[in-house]
Each structure stands twice: as C-alpha cells, then as structure tokens.
Design a protein around this ligand. Structure first.
Ligand code: FMN
Ligand code: SF4
Length: 516
C-alpha cells in the first residue's frame, strides 16, 4: 500500500510555499524509490504552522509543521512516513490543542479531505443531508432549518429559515439561490477556506436550499481576489454534475438544480445583498431600495434566497444530524457554531470554530496565544470594517449576537482583528470614515458626503482644533449616518468611530466625560 502524505492546497498555505513543498516531497520520495500518494487537502486553519503536512499512519494522521523545502530530506531520514520523531513533529493532528478544543461542525471536513475528491467527501458523511432532503417536502426542509436556529453568518444574523420560508411562499416561474461569496470584511477568510477546502459542502447546502424553496438555479458570487477558490469550485461543480448531485435529476429524485459561478469586480459594497444582485445582473454594484425584499423580487426580478457561504455550508449537517443536534450548540438565540477568524497582531492566527457563548479572551489568549508583538492587546475590531472596537474591559462578554448588540458591537462574519497598545485609535476612527468614503456606492447623501466630512472633522479633532465643537459635530454626523443611510455601509460606519471615541478618548485628546 502506498504511503499517504497530505500537503495543503489552501491559498494561505500556498503563499507560504505549500506547492513547492509538495513537489519537493514527491521528488525526494522518487529519489529514494518510495511509492507515495500525495493528497492535497485544505488547511486546518493553524496558519502559524503552515505549510503543515500530515502523514497517514496506522494510529491515525500525524502532523509536521511549519515545513520548508529544505526540511524534506531530514523528515525522510527521521522516518516521518511512519510518524517518526523530528523537531517539526506536532503529534497526532486531532490531538493538537488548538484543533482538539474546537467544535468543528461546518468546517468538519476542511483540511481532512482532498477538496476535489467526491469519494473523500462521501466517506466523511457528505451528501447525507441532501439524501434526506430529497425525501422531504420543501416545507419540511424549511422547518428543519428554522428549528436549528441558524442565523445568517454573513453579517446581519437574520434567521435563515424565515428567509427561506418567504421565498417558499412566493409563486414564480423561476426562483434563485444566490450565494454571497464576496467575503469583503477585514480579517475574514472562513468562506475562502470552506470553498477551497470543502467545495462539495457548499454545493450540497445550495442544492438543499434549492429543494427547500423550489429554486432550480443557483449562483455563487465570488470575489475575483479568490482565483484558487474559483478553480476549485468550477472543478467540484463539474464533478457534482457528472455524478448526479447537480443537474436535471438530482439523486434520481426528479428534481433539478444547477450552479454557476460569477466573479465580482472588487468593490466592498458588492457584498451588500442588493448591490450583489445588481452586479450579478451585470450592472454596476449599487444598493437597491428595499422593499421589495430580494426574497420577493431578487435576481432578475425573481424570488431569491441570498445567503452567505458559511450559512449555506451549515445546512448539510443540520439536515444530516437533525435540527436539535445543531441547536444544542450555542447560547440564547445564537445557536450552533461560528468559525471565528483570528487575525491581526496575534501569535497564533487562524480559524477556530466554536459554539456561540465563547469569549474574546478565550479566543485571543487560549487560541491566539496573545499578541505577536508580546505587548498587551488593547483593542479588537470584531465583525469587519464596520464593526466596533472592543476594549479589554469587554473581552469577557459572551460572543452572542444579542449580548454584542447590547454593547453597541456586532459579531458579523466572526472576523477578529487584534491590535496591541501601540495602536492609535483616533487614526483607526479616521480610517473607518475614509474606508466608507472610498467604498460608498454613492446612492445616498449621509454616506456619500457624510463619510468625507467625517474624515475632515476627525482631522480637526486630532489637530486639537476647537475639540468640543468638533466632537458635537462628529456625534451629529454619526447620528445622521446611522439614521439616514439606506444600507449598513453608511449606517454602521459610526460603530468603529463611536467605539473608538467611547473606549479610547485619550487618543483623541479628550476625556471620558467629553466622549460620552
Ligand atoms: C456593506 C456591506 C457588505 C457586505 N458584505 C458581505 C459579504 O462580503 N459577504 C456576505 O455574506 N454578506 C455581506 N453582507 C451582508 C449581506 O448584505 C447579506 O446580509 C448576507 O449575504 C445575507 O446572507 P446571510 O443571511 O446568510 O448572512 C454585507 C452587507 C453590507 C451592508
Ligand atoms: S449607505 Fe452608502 S453604500 Fe449604502 S446605499 Fe447609501 S451610499 Fe450606498
């Protein structure tokens, strides 16, 4: 039997030399006359260990990392193919603390399987959810997803089942499933990891969504910055078609569903659902007024389910294991798990899938290992560029949608960007306004003009010019943006600004009473 070595194909690992490493392992094996099967898996999400390779041993998979090309001969000498001792040995993969302590539901197969092997996918429980779904009525599928408590993982946390029910209850000659794979938030990469590491899971989730609402066509709106995900998705869709998991007759059940991938053009606003629809239709990505909701009049004017990659990829396990299994994870109205993405100034950046209810402190220190610089972590921006800056005093608040909303923050897509105590929060607040000015679609005045004026006011505040007056102006500007903007781009830009002012007033040259 051939020895099996896993080398990640994930673009994060590839940027650290994984492809060259795979070649080096193959040629070293050939040189030594060893028959080897090289499998290209996704990343397990422990980026400080990438490229992390694994070998299949009778006792399970054993990991080594981070491995460079020049380590390869030494690894062979040390008998790594049998799990031999070496300075880079990390032990049995599943026993690595960072991985062992997670609850991997949605990303359970990422890093485990060869992303393009449908055999691997099936061997790891793939398509069990779809097999169940084809035997259910659309209303039963929607009920299962509603009962699971799944809420949108793309930002707004809207209950997925309710959204699906609206589309189910429409009558139309054509309905669509639109998967939002724009992943524009800072510090986020779980959509990419899922698409590159387990594309069949997204295909399965979208197909179940199609069966649930009566949609026969699905679109994946993928950011153009993800060429690897693009390649993997196209190949996986082709395989799914050839094997009857997509097409005119899914699993012989007489139901049709197919998927097309469309590339975005690189604007943050194209992640907003209605701007995404415009872009999918080939137009400039400008936000549409709501109502009508996309669930009623969406893509090409037809009822459309718009869901994030992780929302859709969470559906197969819900169908396979039942709503209660998924709902049993989490707290309050935040059910199930979220892949938190640890980025910024951290020793061990990566992906950590955990049930809601965990805390920033646990993620930053137990998983992230504290700051990479060794200095105290002062602020964490949670939920992308429109997310609040959370100070150390709030690191113990449970990560739960309602608890975060109560403190004026949001979990969003679960991206965490950590900053140490050298950060200047006035600059970060200025940057939020600048980002909005740059990325605004321009449709409404509070966002288009307000963000430009916001940069100017913060500049004057930072220069110490009539601070009281500038502060009053900034607060009033934030009120206008919050209340008068058509979408969350302008409506939420005040979040990072206000949180910076509230928790770090000293960086603006003011005291806490002035900031309140
Ligand atoms: C400015 C802006 C950018 C957004 N970017 C994304 C994105 O990149 N990916 C995403 O899934 N949702 C994004 N959203 C949220 C979507 O509008 C929408 O709520 C989401 O795709 C719905 O899917 P879900 O219910 O599964 O979360 C963005 C929203 C706004 C206002
Ligand atoms: S808030 Fe900004 S991005 Fe949203 S519709 Fe208005 S101008 Fe466009």
């Amino acid at each position: 039997m051939n020895m099996t070595v896993y080398v990640p194909m994930d673009s994060g690992a590839a940027s650290l030399g994984a492809h060259e490493l795979a070649q080096a392992i193959a040629s070293e094996a050939a040189r030594r006359g060893i028959a080897l099967e090289l499998k290209r898996n996704g990343s397990r999400g422990m980026y400080w260990l990438e490229p992390m390779i694994e070998v299949e041993t009778p006792a399970g998979r054993v990991a080594y990392g981070p491995v460079r090309r020049e380590d390869v001969p030494g690894l062979f000498d040390a008998g790594f193919l049998n799990g031999g001792c070496h300075a880079l040995a990390l032990g049995p993969t599943e026993s690595i603390d960072y991985l062992k302590r997670q609850s991997r539901l949605t990303l359970q197969r990422v890093g485990v399987v060869d992303a393009l092997s449908i055999t691997d996918y099936l061997a790891q429980g793939g398509f069990a959810g779809l097999r169940r779904a084809v035997r259910m009525s659309p209303a039963e599928i929607v009920a299962e997803v509603t009962e699971s408590g799944l809420r949108g993982r793309g930002g707004a946390a809207f209950p997925t089942g309710i959204k699906w029910n609206t589309v189910l209850n429409t009558t139309a000659d054509q309905k669509y499933i639109a998967c939002n794979a724009d992943e524009g938030d800072s510090g986020t990469f779980s959509d990419r990891m899922l698409m590159e590491g387990d594309p069949f899971c997204l295909i399965e989730g979208m197909t179940i969504a199609g069966l649930a609402v009566g949609a026969t066509r699905g679109f994946i709106y993928l950011r153009s910055e993800y060429p690897d995900a693009h390649r993997v998705l196209l190949a996986a869709i082709e395989t799914a078609r050839e094997t009857g998991y997509l097409g005119a007759d899914i699993l012989g059940a007489g139901k049709a569903f197919d998927i097309e991938v469309r590339l975005g053009a690189g604007a943050y606003i194209c992640g907003e659902e209605t701007a995404m629809l415009e872009s999918l239709e080939g137009k400039r990505g400008i936000v549409r007024a709501k109502p009508p909701l996309p669930a009623i009049e969406g893509l090409f004017g037809k009822p459309t389910v718009i869901n994030n990659v992780i929302s859709l990829a969470s559906v197969p396990i819900i169908l396979a294991m039942g709503a209660a299994y998924y709902r049993d994870y989490g707290v309050g109205r935040s059910r199930g798990t979220l892949p938190f993405q640890l980025a910024g100034n951290l020793k061990r950046p990566g992906l950590v899938e955990l049930a809601f209810g965990t805390t920033l402190r646990e993620l930053l220190y137990d998983f992230g290992g504290g700051s990479a610089s060794g200095r105290p972590i002062r602020a964490v921006q949670v939920g992308g560029p429109l997310g609040a800056y959370v100070p150390e005093s709030q690191f113990d608040v449970a990560l739960d949608y309602e608890a975060y909303a109560a403190m004026g923050a949001m979990i969003g897509h679960g991206g965490l960007v950590a900053f140490d105590d050298t950060v200047d929060m006035a600059h970060m607040a200025r940057y939020a306004m600048e980002f909005c000015a740059e990325e605004s679609c321009g449709k409404c005045t509070p966002c288009r003009i307000g963000s430009t004026r916001g940069v100017e006011v913060i500049d004057r505040l930072m220069a110490g010019e009539a601070r009281g007056k500038q502060l009053a102006l900034l607060n009033s500007l934030c009120d206008t943006m919050e209340r008068g903007s058509m979408c969350a781009m302008g409506g939420m830009t005040p979040y990072p600004v206000r949180s910076a002012l509230k928790h770090f007033p000293e960086d603006f040259g003011i005291d806490a009473t002035q900031a309140a």
